[in-house]
Design a protein around this ligand. Sequence first.
Ligand SMILES: Nc1ncnc2c1ncn2[C@@H]1O[C@H](COP(=O)(O)OP(=O)(O)OP(=O)(O)O)[C@@H](O)[C@H]1O
Ligand SMILES: [Mg+2]
Length: 210
Amino acid sequence: MLGKFITFEGGEGCGKSTQIRLLQAALERYGKRVLLTREPGGTPLNERLRPLIKEELEDPPVDKCELLLFLAARAQLVEKVIRPRLEAGEWVICDRFGDSTLAYQGYGRGMDLATVGELNRFACGTLKPDLTLLLDLPLEVANARRRARETGTGTVADRIELAGGGFHERIRNGFLELQRREPERIRLIDASGAPEEVFARVWKSISPIV
Ligand SMILES: Nc1ncnc2c1ncn2[C@@H]1O[C@H](COP(=O)(O)OP(=O)(O)OP(=O)(O)O)[C@@H](O)[C@H]1O
Ligand SMILES: [Mg+2]
């Protein structure tokens, strides 16, 4: 039997990584084998691409280059990791996937949505998430969470997190628009409140397919 492919989407600092860890633990209690992976990343090649995409470089990628780097990494991840694991019956949870490309490069950077969607399908083939959890949070709350994390862990914001000029507002609205277009696949999760409260909402969406 094929495993299930679950993706988490949403802006920076909305709690994706936190919820993914909680979901992995819950699914494992149900006896599922669960692979966590992230974008861009998840294979040795992709982990080398990741800093090229995310870091503040002296020669930052132009929008088309950024889009194609993300999609190059996704093609590698789908073929090398996600498909084989699903075929082996494992659950795969991915921290961001195709909807992030539409939200960031489409709605955020302003590239043509139809073209971004077409290229995304080229990178993924027929693979689509069984379920996508869109964590939605007002920007001020997400920013406060991220600042607390940066102080706590000594990490610094990356190139994409730092983009200004309404970029993150466009992304939030873009994700909400994608959710309205595909309400069956993309579940809107209110990401406010304590991690356990948010997880109760996540689990309500997931449990029918466990
Ligand atoms: N429900 C919550 N309430 C308060 N703080 C939270 C909550 N969920 C996560 N956090 C904290 O907020 C910060 C951001 O959470 P997390 O890293 O899970 O978000 P993320 O969506 O993965 O962010 P990024 O997009 O930057 O990877 C972390 O420090 C985390 O511990
Ligand atoms: Mg994260």
